[in-house]
Every structure is written in C-alpha cells, then in structure tokens.
Design a protein around this ligand. Structure first.
Ligand SMILES: [Zn+2]
Length: 265
C-alpha cells in the first residue's frame, strides 16, 4: 500500500512539474488570462496542438525519443529531468513526513529554476517575494515561540557579504551592473540563498550550501573535461541549490552526522 501511495505522490509531482513548466512558459510569453490556463498545449516550434499522450510527463519524452511527434524538432531535456526530479522530491518528502511549508518552498524554487535554465537569470519580483516570505516566516516563528527566531539568517548574511566582496575582487566595481537586475554574476542566486537561510536552521543551511556546490562541481567537471563547458560558460546554479534543498530536507541529519564523523577521524 505504501508503495502504491508513494508512486501516486510521485506521479502527482511529475504532473505538477509539467503543469508548472507550461505555466512559467506562458507567463514568460505574456499569455493573457484566461488563455494562460485554458489554451491547449502546443509545440513551441511548429505550433501544432499536442495530443493527450504527448502530455504524459517523462514517458512521452522517452517514447518520442525527445522529439515533437508532429515536426520532429528536439524537446529540451530540461523538461523530463525536471518532471522526474519534482516527482522524486515529492515522493521523498512524503516518505519523510515533510511539512506543507517545505513543499511550498520547493515549488517556489522549482518555478524559478525554469527562468534560470532559460535565461541564466531569475526574475526580480518572485525573488523579492521569496525574501518577504522568509521574513514573514521568521516573524511568525518568533511570535509562536515568544522569542526572536533568526534561523540561519546570520549565516545567510555572512554568505551574501562574503560573495559580494569576492565578486568585487573578481570583477571590480565597474563591471557590476545593478540596473540589469538579478542576472550574470549570480546575484539572484545569492538573494535566493539568503532567503533560504530564513527558512532553514544554521546546520541545514550550510549542509545545503556545500552539497549544492558539490553537485554543481560534479556536473561541471565532467562537462569541462568533455569540452562542453569552460570557466566562461555560465552554469545555472539555482537547480543545484534546489537539489541541495531537497537533499537537506530529506537527508540533512544523515549528511551532517556523516561529515562530522569523517572530520572527527
Ligand atoms: Zn512540433
């Protein structure tokens, strides 16, 4: 029964991912209401309407070998991977009894990943909204506990400060262009990290940070050896922070204890 239920939660996650990706695409292309919800899905290249079987998450990609069934144009691998990841994340969250709040943060990060993947930039309004949610979370927690709760905010601030100094040293003040919003230089990523620090404990925050960096390196190093990437290519970091977040919610304690035991040796 547990297996069936977990499979069910997995499918909800992957269907939801497919829905969110389509929604972000439509928001990005400035669809108007109600079109944004009611217009049938179509291929980005040939504009032909998709059939129901083209909309099954992950499987439709596998069966069509990653191509549009009408015009044969390639479908980005981001879609099936993101559907798989959200499905697995939902299933893991479910098995570990994660709170509804953890799902909300995950969904928020997931939506922003879409823009980081397409533009290597994160839209400003939702990024700032995420920060506001973080502050609200601290205020509510403080009111419930009757004392000031900061979670990992101090660590987040230190990280933000450290990264700003590092960026200024690396690029000089002249190249930092704040008018362009949260793109290049990873400033959006660090604002997201700062907001996350308000949701996580200090231990969770640093485990998430280092796990994400490790995952990004594990992705970058083989790709650079194969010549597909170099130090100048911009790697979207938010997907790695999102993976780090999922891992820390599910396995945070285990990872922390393992690292501690290695360091003690
Ligand atoms: Zn097509």
């Amino acid at each position: 029964m547990q297996i069936l239920l977990t499979l069910f939660i997995f499918s909800i996650g992957s269907v939801f991912a497919s829905f969110l990706n389509a929604l972000m695409y439509r928001l990005d292309k400035e669809y108007k209401y109600p079109d944004i919800f009611t217009k049938p899905s179509h291929c980005e290249k040939c504009n032909k309407q998709l059939k129901n079987y083209d909309l099954i998450p992950i499987l439709s990609y596998v069966f069509s070998r990653g191509r549009c069934t009408k015009c044969n144009s390639k479908i980005a691998i981001y879609y099936p991977i993101s559907e798989l990841v959200l499905g697995i994340s939902f299933a893991l969250f479910f098995l570990n009894g994660a709170s509804w709040f953890m799902y909300i943060i995950l969904i928020f990060l997931f939506c922003l990943c879409y823009f980081d993947y397409i533009y290597r930039a994160i839209p400003q309004v939702p990024t700032l909204l995420f920060g506001v949610l973080g502050v609200l979370n601290l205020i509510i927690l403080s009111m419930i506990k009757g004392e000031l709760v900061l979670n990992a905010t101090i660590s987040g601030l230190l990280l933000l400060l450290g990264m700003s100094v590092l960026l200024i040293i690396m690029y000089g003040v002249k190249k930092l262009n704040f008018r362009d919003g949260f793109e290049g230089l990873g400033s959006g990523d660090f604002l997201i990290l700062f907001s996350l620090s308000m949701f996580l404990s200090t231990q969770q925050f640093w485990v998430m940070f280092w796990v994400s960096i490790l995952l990004a390196l594990l992705f970058f190093i083989p790709n650079s050896i194969l010549g597909k990437m170099n130090l100048k290519s911009s790697l979207p970091l938010l997907p790695f922070f999102t993976l780090g977040y999922v891992l820390v919610v599910v396995y945070g304690e285990i990872i922390f204890e393992y690292v501690q035991s290695v360091l003690m040796m």
